[in-house]
Ligand binder design. Structure first.
Ligand code: FPP
Length: 242
């Protein structure tokens, strides 16, 4: 995918960036606050960075908001996160609409409460006409679960006689993923110092560049996104070639 120079930054921007929003809990601890306050600060920063990403001209931003494994956290923390999702999705309805951002959800959202699911459907519906940056919110998302979901759906189509098993190619499999029709991420950023993928976009990140930061997510600033993009621009991508 050709990269265009941002009208705001004097450097080209990748089309698709993924962010693992990590470090909310450690941020809360550092500030002698409960973990839920770390998530609140993280949610506020999610809003700031999303708007900035749209302003500098990213076409796709995918953020990891809740993994299939996050249900195993203490009930009060899961409850606090669900409350934040509701608050922020309501705000997103107002806020991102003005920014021409299209919001999509990737993951098994059927596991959320009825009212959260209704909000998710409303946000997707209302923002579907937006033509600017696509924001993928990964909620109850796991890369392995996504691949299994895609494989099952392909197997169903084989059973229905739509395809022979041998018809399966990379491109066809892409169509069964939550991100169908979107380019794969060029750059994946993980703040907080951890250096692992944690089940994020496993299929899609085959050739993504990774940038890690020793900054906790609530402290991650627009300038840090600029820096991650500068690091990305300094790398040579070879996609398995020489
Ligand atoms: C990881 O930090 C973060 C999460 C599990 C939740 C991410 C959620 C948000 C940033 C807020 C809500 C987002 C939206 C879309 C409104 P951690 O708790 O694992 O931090 P730690 O590793 O320091 O404990």
């Amino acid at each position: 995918m050709p990269e265009k120079e941002s009208a705001v930054m004097k450097q080209p921007v990748p089309a698709h960036v993924g962010i693992i929003m990590d470090g909310n809990g450690r941020w809360a601890k550092k500030h002698f606050q409960p973990r839920s306050m770390g998530h609140r600060a993280g949610a506020q920063n999610f809003r700031t960075i999303t708007k900035y990403a749209s302003k500098i001209g990213l076409k796709y931003l995918t953020v990891y908001a809740f993994s299939t494994e996050n249900w195993s956290r203490p009930a009060d923390e899961v409850g606090a996160l669900m409350g934040l999702f509701k608050d922020y999705l309501r705000e997103a309805l107002r806020d991102f609409m003005n920014e021409n951002i299209r919001v999509r959800f990737i993951g098994d959202v059927g596991a959320f409460s009825r009212d959260l699911q209704e909000l998710i459907a409303e946000v997707e519906e209302v923002s579907s006409s937006k033509t600017g940056m696509v924001l993928n919110l990964a909620m109850n998302y796991g890369g392995r679960a996504e691949i299994l979901h895609a494989a099952r759906n392909f197997a169903e189509d084989v059973r229905a006689g739509k395809f022979e098993p041998a018809a399966l190619t990379d491109e066809l499999f892409d169509n069964y993923l939550y991100t169908a029709g979107q380019p794969a991420p060029d750059l994946i950023i993980r703040p907080s110092g951890e250096q692992r993928i944690s089940n994020f976009l496993l299929w899609q990140c085959a050739y993504a560049e990774f940038v890690y930061f020793d900054i906790l997510w609530p402290d991650f600033k627009p300038g840090d996104l600029d820096q991650a993009i500068a690091i990305y621009n300094s790398r040579q991508r070879r996609f398995g070639g020489v």
